[in-house]
Design a protein around this ligand. Structure first.
Ligand SMILES: [Ca+2]
Ligand SMILES: [Ca+2]
Ligand SMILES: [Ca+2]
Length: 333
């Protein structure tokens, strides 16, 4: 048989395409609910076609090893990105906002709320209306932790909240869900100024409040950076008792946070107590018992390795006497 140029080209295409197709089949199983959109999770149309914005982020930063043989790292950094810029994070769109799912586990979240993280025209269609806030002039805050939430003015209850592990750019959008017709809301948000990933009243953190009255359908709000801060009193302590200290017990921030490897839990006691310290996942399930022991009055520091934890948001809960104090930490790879 005579080997033609056409055959060589075809063979090259085949050589080139095969690993990519194999990679595609494997990778849809490495993304939560990846089967929902199949190839279009990462590609404009089908496998081999140009990558969409989500696919580009995966290819550039979340493959191990990098390149055609790489497996997708479904981690909190990827989940908290909004690759297609529609205001909803990749994790929100794929129903796993904190990257708690791992390959092989059952499909996470609510299948009816799924949307495509690679197409800005595909957004979650959940109960109530979406509120999309277009933010401008945030260039000086790129990379800082930020959180935004929707609060019902009348009840004071949080309807929705979302976080970004870094302000992505000078202009970007943040989407919220669950606003109900005719009700009034506060859109509260802050950008972390002191690196503790928790809210501190301005000017330590920069915080703003937008009021949204009488919701009718989906809402689009515009906000331009300014220094007219509002103390939005975001509860950074998820405490059974109120505040960072109670009954002579104070739970301080862990150091370092975010955690890569070992972190130290810090607390002070006015009197001797049996102290129980636990780590919980974002759903409140126990993941580790750090200590359960008698401690003398004074300042204490308990070192603990988070190396066994998957990346994500965790809580740590300290019980001592009448005090139950909870704080949050982020575990990175
Ligand atoms: Ca998105
Ligand atoms: Ca989308
Ligand atoms: Ca802060």
């Amino acid at each position: 048989m005579r080997i033609s140029a056409t055959m060589i080209v075809a063979a090259l295409l085949l050589l080139n395409a095969s690993p990519e197709l194999a990679a595609r089949d494997r990778r849809v199983n490495q993304i939560p609910n990846g089967l929902q959109f199949d190839c279009q999770t990462c590609h404009e149309t089908f496998g081999g076609s140009p990558l969409n914005d989500f696919g580009l982020d995966v290819r550039d930063n979340f493959l191990t090893p990098s390149g055609a043989a790489g497996n997708v790292d479904w981690v909190i950094e990827l989940a908290m990105l909004d690759s297609d810029g529609d205001g909803f994070t990749n994790g929100e769109e794929l129903q796993d906002p904190l990257a708690l799912w791992s390959s092989g586990a059952p499909r996470p979240g609510n299948q009816s709320l799924l949307s495509n993280p690679g197409f800005g025209t595909s957004v979650p269609d959940g109960p109530g209306s979406n509120v999309i806030v277009a933010l401008n002039g945030f260039g000086n805050l790129v990379g800082r932790w930020m959180e935004m939430r929707l609060v019902d003015v009348e009840t004071g209850m949080e309807v929705w909240s979302t976080a970004r592990s870094g302000v992505p750019s000078d202009a970007f959008a943040v989407g919220l869900m669950g606003a109900l017709e005719t009700r009034d809301y506060f859109v509260d948000f802050y950008v972390d100024g002191n690196g503790n990933m928790e809210y501190d009243a301005p000017p330590v953190d920069e915080a703003w409040r937008i009021r949204l009255d009488n919701v009718e359908g989906h809402s689009n709000l515009d906000f331009t950076y300014n220094t007219n801060y509002t103390d939005i009193q975001w509860g950074e302590i998820v405490s059974v008792n109120e505040g960072a200290s109670f009954a002579g017990v104070e739970l301080l921030a862990n150091t370092p946070n975010p955690v890569q490897g070992v972190t130290a839990f810090n607390f002070t006691l006015e009197s001797a107590h049996n102290v129980r310290l636990q780590v919980l996942d974002a759903r409140g399930s126990l993941v580790a018992a750090v200590t359960n022991d008698q401690f003398a009055p004074g300042v204490h520091r308990v070192e603990w390795s988070a190396a066994a934890l998957a990346p994500g948001v965790y809580f740590y809960r300290l019980e001592a006497g009448a005090a139950v104090l909870v704080r949050r930490m982020l575990v990175l790879r």
